[in-house]
Structures are given as C-alpha cells and as structure tokens.
Ligand binder design. Structure first.
Ligand SMILES: Cc1cc2nc3c(=O)[nH]c(=O)nc-3n(C[C@H](O)[C@H](O)[C@H](O)COP(=O)(O)OP(=O)(O)OC[C@H]3O[C@@H](n4cnc5c(N)ncnc54)[C@H](O)[C@@H]3O)c2cc1C
Length: 497
C-alpha cells in the first residue's frame, strides 16, 4: 500500500496554482470537507497549524450519537441527521465505531421517569431506523452494577448508541480524502487570507521551521472551530466552552456499558463509560477563558465536580484523586445564542457563513461531520441545492469507499494499548502512514498512550525510540528534545497539577 498521509514540502504546495479548495483546520470538520470536496474531483489542500485533531477533535466524549438531550430540547432534525450518520459509520467503519449499550438508571421521584424515557427512546430508535431499547428491572441493574446506590432505584432504561476514537476517526477521514486525491499538511499555520478577483492568496508559516510561503486558492474554507473568528472576517460568533474528562483504571471503576448518572448539584447528566480498556468520566461544561493556543487543562473544581457525581451514585467506590490516571480537557466551539444562556443550554448546531471569499464553518458535532461538509460545499457553490438534499438524505451512499488496513486493534475504541510485537507493528504503520512530526502526535493522538497509561507510556519509550530513529531519522538530540516536549504537555495538561 502506498503511504497514506504524505507530508509535502511548502514548495511542493505551489505545484498547484491555484488549488480548487484550501481547507484551514485539520479537525473532523476540515477533514470531512476535504473528503467530500476531493470526491467531487476538486484539487484540495488541508492545512493544520498543529497536529491533525490537536484541537477539539481529539478531546471529545468519543460518542458517535444522536444525543438524547437534543431530542429533549425538541431538535429532532439534528438528532435524525446524527443518528443517520451513526448508523452509516457503524456499518462502514466497524473497527473504529462500535455500538455501545447505554444504561440510564431511573430513580423514584426523579425526572425523567420510566414512561417519559420510553417515549423518548421510541422516537430516538425510530429516527435511527432500529429498535434497540428495553427496561431493566432493579435486580438486573444492581447485578450488573453492584456499586450503584440502591436507594430509590427502580430500574434502568437500556438503549444503544456508539463509541469511537475521535482522533483516529479524523485520521481515517483524512486518509480517505487523500485516497480521493486530497493533500494535507500539519504544522502549517495560515496567517492570512487575501481575497482577489479570482480567489484568494493565503500566507502560510511552517510552525516548526518558521518558513513562510504563499499559495493561491479558488475557494477557502475556514474550518478552524474555536479559532474560526480569527479568519472569518466577521464579528465573533464562537462561545468557547470547556468540557473535562477523567480517566480511571478499569479495576477501580469497572463498567461494560455507558452509564448515565445525574449530578447531585445541578442535575446535569454525566457519562461513565469504558474506553480503550480504562474508564472515562465526563464531562463538565463551562465557559473557557484561557488562551486557545496553549493546550487546555482542567481546573481543580472540575475534578471535584466529576468525583462528586461518581461518588454520589456509587458511594462505596470512594473514588479520589489518587485513582485518576489522567485528565483530558477539550473546548467546544459553540455558536453563541447571545442570550447569556447557561453553557449546557446552548445549542450544538453548526453554522456556515461567508465573508470576503472565506466560507467559515464552526460548531456542530464530531458525529455529523459529513452533513456539515455538505452544507459547506453547498455554501461554496460546489454542489447545488438538489444534490445537497440528495446527499443529505441518501442512506445508501457510502462515505468510506476505500479499504485502509490499519494493524489489528489500533482503531478499536474499547481495546487496550498493544504491547511487544503488536505495538511495534502499530507504531511502524503509524510512522509510515500518519504524518507524525512530534512524539506527542504519536503518544497522545495516534496511540493515546499519554491518556491511558499511568506512566504516560514511559516504559514503551525505548521501543518507540528505535522505531522513530529508523522511520523518521531522528538522532539522539532530536529524541531528547521530543521527550522533553512530550513530558511538558503531559504535565501541564493531562495530569493533576
Ligand atoms: C468535551 C467535549 C465533548 C464532546 N463530545 C462529543 C461527542 O461525544 N460526540 C460528538 O459528536 N461531538 C462531541 N463534541 C463536539 C466535537 O468534538 C466538535 O464539534 C468537533 O471536534 C469540532 O471539530 P472541528 O474540526 O470543527 O474543530 P477542531 O477539532 O478544533 O479543529 C480545528 C483545527 O483548526 C486548527 N487551526 C486553527 N487555526 C488555524 C490556522 N490559522 N491555520 C491552520 N490551522 C488552524 C486548530 O489547530 C484545530 O486543530 C465534544 C466536544 C467537547 C469539547
């Protein structure tokens, strides 16, 4: 198989004059636009200022879902689109998107009760075209989850949604896009977009070497999520909201399904779910006021908030800070209602808007990336209203048409980290096909070792060093610098301060 993601030099970017579409931002939104545009035979370039998925798209709750809350808020359209995409990905990416049972305990005198949940789940399943929900009685729930507080427990509703590895999903979409002819380059920041009569000129900077360059494009898509206001040329629309997850060893908090528990302070639902052989608790939801260009990290109050909900629903576990393997904070680009709503009440829709030759896209969900891409292409005039509608509604049309034979287990959202020969095979494949520029790209986003392992993968570094030397040509000095950089990111953003 040819290398899947090959990094071009800045000079090579000028071989195409002009690009049909330059997409700024290598998260799920940019990757999705690249795929749908390349499939329509456009010459497509994706530019990412850091690593692919470095922004919000590696820090989500990893759910490919319709989202019960959107139905509860009356947003049937968003839910239907998301469920349609969920079902598509379950079929097309079976190694990367897996169906997951969700358990929603029902307690005496608490909303929602059994019959309200049943009505919502009937609609939820109907929108997805499945029937996969049922009542679990109290004994069955306590048998599966003996640590769950028994007081007032009547039973639980069991339904299904799906889980993924968000960062690996972005890579998979980019690989599909490159197989359709797109080109992508990470660590390349777009400094400015200058519109002119036949398109735009973009000024770029290589984030590692500082080298500057200019390219031309017929169409420019600003898919920079949280950063969208910087290049949109319009008044700001993005309200940054942080959500934090805690990772706990599965032995301390064993769950085989996704449990929904209600926070005793504010009644918000918090999920406890298995991910890559550990347990994840999340999330919080609060306005984020830190600089976007530093890795987000959680506050001490967020850790207390998440431990409190876990301990209030499963008191005998007595989880404490000592049980936390790692933390992961992400920032949602929410389209602001401007109504000063509580962060959790803001809608999760995406917005596509245009100014000065730049088509900006922000907000939305990981799950609906294909639908968001179609909306962006329609706004750019790449597809007309009729083919947009057809593509939106067509449940048969495949999004992923190429086979990408990733090593066994690499994409599995439920499996643990590989060791020994299996790890060697995975890392060698990643280094060949996934444009790793820094050790943190490999450890945090391609392998997730920095999140999943108590030592952040330190014990695997001798093996990884040898592979980076042979595949990437790193010498001792480069290796030392990469280790320092990785340790800094881990300490500042993924471990308790
Ligand atoms: C805590 C949390 C939980 C979530 N859970 C879910 C979930 O379970 N399911 C779901 O469907 N969705 C979920 N979401 C939402 C989802 O993660 C986001 O909607 C999605 O990842 C946004 O992707 P994006 O590509 O628009 O933005 P990003 O992933 O942030 O990508 C934008 C990229 O643009 C790059 N960039 C910025 N400026 C420039 C520039 N000048 N030049 C080049 N590149 C630039 C950034 O570095 C960044 O990588 C969650 C979000 C959060 C925060």
């Amino acid at each position: 198989m040819a290398d899947l993601l090959q990094r071009p030099s800045l000079a090579e970017l000028s071989a195409v004059e002009p690009w049909d579409a330059v997409i700024i931002g290598g998260g799920i939104t940019g990757a999705g636009i690249a795929l749908e545009a390349a499939r329509r035979k456009l010459k497509v370039l994706v530019l990412e200022q850091r690593d692919f998925s470095w922004g919000t798209s590696s820090r989500s709750s990893k759910m490919v879902h319709g989202g019960l809350r959107y139905i509860a808020q009356g947003d049937v359209k968003l839910t239907r689109h998301a469920l349609q995409e969920r079902e598509r990905m379950l079929v097309e990416l079976p190694d990367l998107v897996v169906r997951m049972p969700y358990i929603f305990p029902i307690r005496q005198g608490k909303f929602p009760g059994r019959w309200a949940m049943t009505a919502v789940l009937k609609l939820y399943d109907a929108l997805a075209g499945i029937r996969d929900h049922r009542w679990m009685n109290r004994d069955a729930v306590l048998k599966a989850y003996p640590a769950l507080k028994a007081d007032g427990l009547q039973g639980a509703m069991r339904y299904t949604d799906a889980l993924t590895d968000d960062s690996r999903l972005v890579i998979r979409v980019l690989q599909e896009a490159t197989l359709e002819g797109a080109v992508a380059r990470n660590y390349t920041e777009v400094l400015s977009v200058q519109p002119h009569a036949s398109g735009s000129t973009l000024r770029l900077r290589d984030a590692d070497t500082g080298e500057a360059h200019e390219i031309r494009a017929r169409r420019v898509f600003n898919a920079t999520g949280l950063w969208a206001d910087r290049l949109s040329g319009t008044p700001p629309v993005v309200r940054p909201q942080r959500g934090t997850h805690l990772f706990v060893a599965t032995e301390r908090l064993p769950v085989q399904d996704c449990l929904t528990i209600m926070h005793p302070d504010d009644g918000r639902p918090v999920f406890v779910f298995p991910w890559k052989d550990q347990t994840c608790i999340g999330t919080t939801d609060l306005d984020h006021r830190d600089d976007f260009n530093t890795e987000p990290h959680c506050s001490s109050a967020e850790i207390d908030y998440l431990l409190k909900v876990a301990n209030s629903e499963m008191p005998q576990l007595q989880l404490s800070r000592r049980d936390i393997l790692s933390t992961m904070a992400g920032v949602r680009p929410i389209i602001a209602s401007g109504k000063g709503r509580d962060p959790s009440k803001e809608r999760r829709d995406h917005l596509v808007w245009q100014s000065g030759g730049v088509i900006s896209v922000s907000g939305g969900k990981l799950t609906t990336f294909r639908q968001i891409a179609l909306d962006a292409l329609k706004a750019a005039g790449v597809i007309d209203a009729a083919s947009h509608k057809r593509a939106h509604q067509d449940r048969q049309r495949r999004c992923f048409t190429h086979q990408v034979a990733a090593p066994h287990g690499l994409n599995n959202p439920l499996g643990g980290m590989a060791r020994g020969a299996a790890l060697t095979e995975q890392v060698a494949w990643i280094l060949r096909h996934e444009m790793v520029q820094h050790l943190d790209d490999l450890m945090l986003r391609r392998l997730r070792a920095g999140v999943l392992l108590a030592d952040a993968g330190a014990s695997q570094l001798p093996l990884i060093k040898t592979l980076c030397e042979s595949h990437l040509g790193w010498d001792e000095a480069r290796w030392q610098a990469e280790c320092q950089r990785y340790q800094h990111v881990i300490n500042s953003s993924y471990r308790l301060g």
